[in-house]
Design a binder for this molecule. Sequence first.
Ligand SMILES: NC(=O)C1=CN([C@@H]2O[C@H](COP(=O)(O)OP(=O)(O)OC[C@H]3O[C@@H](n4cnc5c(N)ncnc54)[C@H](OP(=O)(O)O)[C@@H]3O)[C@@H](O)[C@H]2O)C=CC1
Ligand SMILES: CC(=O)N[C@@H](CCC(=O)OP(=O)(O)O)C(=O)O
Length: 308
Amino acid sequence: MTSVFIDGAAGTTGLDIRDRLAGRTDLSVVTLDEARRKDPSARAEALNDADFVILCLPDEAAKEAVALIASDRPRVIDASSAHRVAPGWTYGFPELEPDGADHIAAARRVSNPGCYPTGFLALVRPLVRTGLLPADWPVTVNAVSGYSGGGKAMIAEYEDQVSPPSFRAYALDLAHKHVPEMTVHSGLSHAPLFAPAVAALRQGMVVEVPLNLAAMPNRPTVAAVRDVLARAYAGQPLVRVADDGLSGIAIEEHAGTDRLTLRVRGNDATGQVRLIATLDNLGKGAGGAAVQNLNIMAGLDPLAGLVS
Ligand SMILES: NC(=O)C1=CN([C@@H]2O[C@H](COP(=O)(O)OP(=O)(O)OC[C@H]3O[C@@H](n4cnc5c(N)ncnc54)[C@H](OP(=O)(O)O)[C@@H]3O)[C@@H](O)[C@H]2O)C=CC1
Ligand SMILES: CC(=O)N[C@@H](CCC(=O)OP(=O)(O)O)C(=O)O
């Protein structure tokens, strides 16, 4: 049976993936007990003995784990941001490019996307690929995450406080660690301006890209933008383009699922559009994406263990 070692199984993403894989009969899951989970020799043994390893660690520990792999056996899925633009690593977003799942199926090293980049890239990449959005367009991305996006430390910070802030803008130096992968994998020629915030709810995420269509050389319509996204994700079970006319979009929309919904709302008279993605930062934004990549790499049902 295919074996999967989760390194970092006591953390937020690791525990989530362990729970997701617990009922699987097509995989055997290996974790280290509390006394050995940070012991480099125990980790080295487990890393080299598994068919797959999923790294649910801070960036430095993820790099250290990769360096501990000395055998050709393990194929790696890294949930951290250590290898998202690194040479030799495949970006683990199967729906993003037409041949994305094929590349992941064949890869030995797959880097899971960040939660914010999952929403951002899903909205922007097809527009750049088809030329609707000029690659040198100055793009802004506003986003709000549930606090579980900050891992154990932020969960404790929010759940131990009597009155945590309802909404907190951060990354005010405009150098968030997700900007490089947003730039590289969107095909934009310069970095988007990324304005994230964290809200006082555990799970959920809204990622928004506002665009002034009227200022673009070809002045596309709102329907033309929606059509590009609808074509790009047609038939994808986890990524859908909704045209439902909702008057408001809730951050909790997909909490507890692995869905990613994209909406294109705008006004042709003003020539303005809001591209809006909703997802669960721990679902398609982390653990769900890791399990999806594992299924694809192992040649299993791609949706096994996922909530579509
Ligand atoms: N939370 C989210 O929404 C997302 C997280 N990620 C990424 O996934 C990775 C894990 O994040 P998350 O689960 O949130 O973080 P957590 O802080 O919740 O968990 C990280 C775990 O790694 C353990 N750890 C740290 N150093 C080592 C080491 N040297 N050897 C073994 N274990 C170690 C920690 O141990 P201890 O328990 O002792 O602290 C902890 O259990 C990060 O790179 C994060 O950026 C990616 C997408 C979304
Ligand atoms: C709310 C919050 O703090 N979120 C995290 C990102 C969570 C995520 O996507 O994880 P990666 O670190 O793997 O990219 C942050 O902004 O650093």
